[in-house]
Design a protein around this ligand. Structure first.
Ligand code: ZN
Length: 302
């Protein structure tokens, strides 16, 4: 059995919200099997917002959730770290609407999860296995997922900037490859956009400490963490947004010039296209979400 997992013990950190610039306390706490990943606003009577596509809110520069007008913003880097380290069930407490930006990557969240430790639970994990391709495009932005025996991501970006004409990467996502190759990649922005964001009251907490900033010919930061840090960060974002499906996905995600809006619209589309995937538990197929398989000599019957 591949067991569900939660964090071994509660753990906390403090950071700032990218857009508000306010200080935020974040805690991860163990949760029961089948609980899923849920945010909890401690400043609003512990109101909970589950990390699912049904709670998707306005998506612009980051991915936001809301339920009954209670919102949680910039969830994608934390979700990316949680699902890649195999955490199925966790309570994420916040005393503010924004997940702290930390250094703009998922590495601080990986560290937080590793410090808390991971605990296997007495219940099998369910996977969503893609059996037929699903695709979505909006103008020149494209995203699709294909059947595969593993969770793989291929991402390509191209911008009107000398450093970013074209970057592309394919990676099999495992806990190890995520920690080494993806988690440290920071979010990025263009200097010309920073002033516009500030005028709109956004990115007030943004700085060279938590984003790679691209000037006209190069980056304003001292150094990149990877030569292709940009496309790696896009993979990080896509993994986090896909977490809103609610199950670990087995398939090959291929995206070109996509962003949070398309990633999250696609996560919702995957769930709608019920004939294109199967839920798998202990290697057996479940008939419908929530059904329990009956095994006869290793063959699932219903
Ligand atoms: Zn990001």
């Amino acid at each position: 059995m591949e067991a569900q997992r939660t964090v071994r013990r509660p753990i906390s950190c403090v950071g700032i919200g990218l857009h508000s610039g306010n200080k935020v306390n974040l805690s991860l706490k163990p949760a029961a099997p089948d609980h899923g990943i849920r945010f909890r606003r401690t400043d609003l009577g512990n109101f909970e917002v589950p990390a699912t596509v049904s709670n998707l809110a306005g998506i612009q520069l980051a991915t936001g959730l809301s339920r009954d007008q209670v919102s949680v913003e910039t969830v994608e880097h934390l979700l990316s770290a949680l699902v890649s380290l195999g955490i199925d069930n966790v309570i994420i407490e916040l005393n503010s609407p924004e997940v702290p930006i930390m250094d703009g990557s998922a590495a601080p969240f990986v560290y937080l999860i590793q410090e808390a430790g991971v605990k296997r639970q007495q219940k099998s994990r369910r996977f969503l296995k893609i059996v037929r391709p699903i695709a979505l495009s909006r103008g020149d932005k494209r995203i699709a997922i294909y059947p595969s025996d593993h969770f793989k991501v291929t991402y390509s970006v191209s911008y009107d900037h000398p450093l970013l004409r074209h970057q592309s990467r394919t990676l099999l996502i495992t806990e190890e490859s995520f920690i080494e190759e993806i988690a440290p990649a920071r979010t990025f922005t263009f200097l010309k956009d920073v002033e516009m964001l500030r005028q709109n009251g956004l990115a007030l907490g943004g700085s060279l400490e938590n984003a790679v900033v691209l000037g006209e010919t190069g980056v304003l930061n001292n150094a990149l963490r990877f030569e292709d840090e940009f496309v790696r960060h896009k993979i990080l974002d896509a993994v986090g947004d896909l977490a809103l499906v609610g199950y670990p996905v087995i398939g090959h995600l291929v995206a070109h010039r996509a962003g949070h809006a398309l990633h999250t619209e696609f996560a919702a589309k995957i769930l709608e296209e019920t004939s294109a995937w199967r839920l798998i538990e202990d290697g057996l197929e479940l008939a419908v979400p929530g059904a329990v398989p009956v095994s006869v000599k290793g063959i699932a019957t219903f």
